[in-house]
Design a protein around this ligand. Sequence first.
Ligand code: FBP
Length: 546
Amino acid sequence: MAKSALQIARAGYKAKMPKALTGNLTIKEGDPTQSVADHDDIRHLFPNTYGMPIVTFVESSEEKKYPAMNVGVILSGGQAPGGHNVIAGLFDGIKRLNKGSRLFGFLLGPGGLIEHNYMELTAEIIDEYRNTGGFDIIGSGRTKLEKKDQFDKGLEILKKLDIKALVIIGGDDSNTNACVLAEYYKHKNTGIQVIGCPKTIDGDLKNEMIETSFGFDTACKVYSELIGNIERDCNSSRKYWHFIKLMGRSASHITLECALQTQPNICLISEEVEAKKQTLDDVVNYIADIIAKRAENGDNFGTILIPEGLVEFIPAMKNLITELNDFLAENIEEFSLIKKIKYLTEKLKPENAAIYASLPENVARQLAMDRDPHGNVQVSLIETDKLLIEMVGRRLDHMKNEHRYVGKFSAQSHFFGYEGRCAAPSNYDADYCYSLGYAAAILIGEGKTGYMASVRNTTAPADEWIAGGVPITMMMNMERRHGELKPVIQKALVDLNAAPFKKFAADRNTWAMKTDFVYPGPIQYFGPTEVCDQPTKTLLLEQGVE
Ligand code: FBP
């Protein structure tokens, strides 16, 4: 495999680890835990894995002996920088417990377990992938692992390979399913353990015990570099408004973090739009007013950050999307796209049909396209950036006619998402992921199941990080999903009362009028620690460090 100079140099990077993981250790168990809500329902659904204690690894003088064990690993869902280091940490961890341990990777996501597609991950393979981005070591996929027949199919291959434990690296849904699987295998007395790892660039799998999901740090740094470059271009030619849509599915954590890093003129946060019950017109007017005010100062340029899930948080758009989802779920194969759009306009409730008809043609088409495997609209395919450019343009024309706008509006649109998901992990993600994988190995060695590997205190130097495991049931509540009440890990959206949003809200008016851009530059892998090891601003503010 041909390699870049950075790849070669980076392969030798030694991930920093919590002190407790570097020598002999023992486990400290806390008090029994409870789910975040709906205790009785969750306890009832998880009789074998509910209420387990939080586990912390602490240094010890005693050397423990562990038997050799075979372990399986799955990468689930969207790529996130650092996945390869989780696997490297897991590999090194099980080998440290016993040299005879072996690691098997199931190919292309949970589907690999069900279809019995796997490969053994040897030391040579692992070494090729240390500190690299991507999930290509074994590939990833979005097959949902949630049905008993899938669990039983999985059990066949796990037994055949004599696998003691399965590690599922995924987001909130995949970890919810990991917990259901752990419960099922325990209930069936299979002796097979299941451990989860918190992954997603979206940053929405976090809580009191899980500080962040891996990949968020690197992805935000990549996007912030690109936004900074655009800001500098924008400030050089002073002739464009750049509308930049950012990935993150429903949550606006990525957009908020990028705003804190780059100080754009305008940044929309979906959770705020929903809390204030804003309409699409409100959002368009907000943007147009700032553009008009800047034009009064002769500034016909700027940058606007837009979270990809925005349209789902505008109540009227949300109603429209819900009706479209239900309708398309039943009639999905019937029509060509063109016919579908025509048919939809006639069949939708009048209020939804009116909004649908008012949308630019490309957005109407995107909303009518096929759904993802879970029946949801694929928000990353909706060109919210272009929708807003068109609507803001119309609004500014109107304002010009009323002599309320004196400028010239010329816009460029961008979408940053896939650019950041497979970047070489930052030091933070490289270290965090390696420690998560290593922690998963220890949890397996200690016989735990239904736990998520956890590494905390990550704004401190790595040797002070706290590693251990958190029972997944502790993060659960009951939620309605596709009409059914289900136990799920509570998704963390942007908290409007927390420090990161408050800091943004306090500064945004200044950023709107003044050109106060910050140019973060590319991720640095070698150099002074204040340049290379900075966690996200979100994490620093949440931990009260900044
Ligand atoms: P996960 O939640 O699986 O980590 O994926 C996150 C994400 O990158 C979202 O930000 C984005 O909306 C989505 O995946 C895109 O999905 P796909 O890779 O299937 O196009």
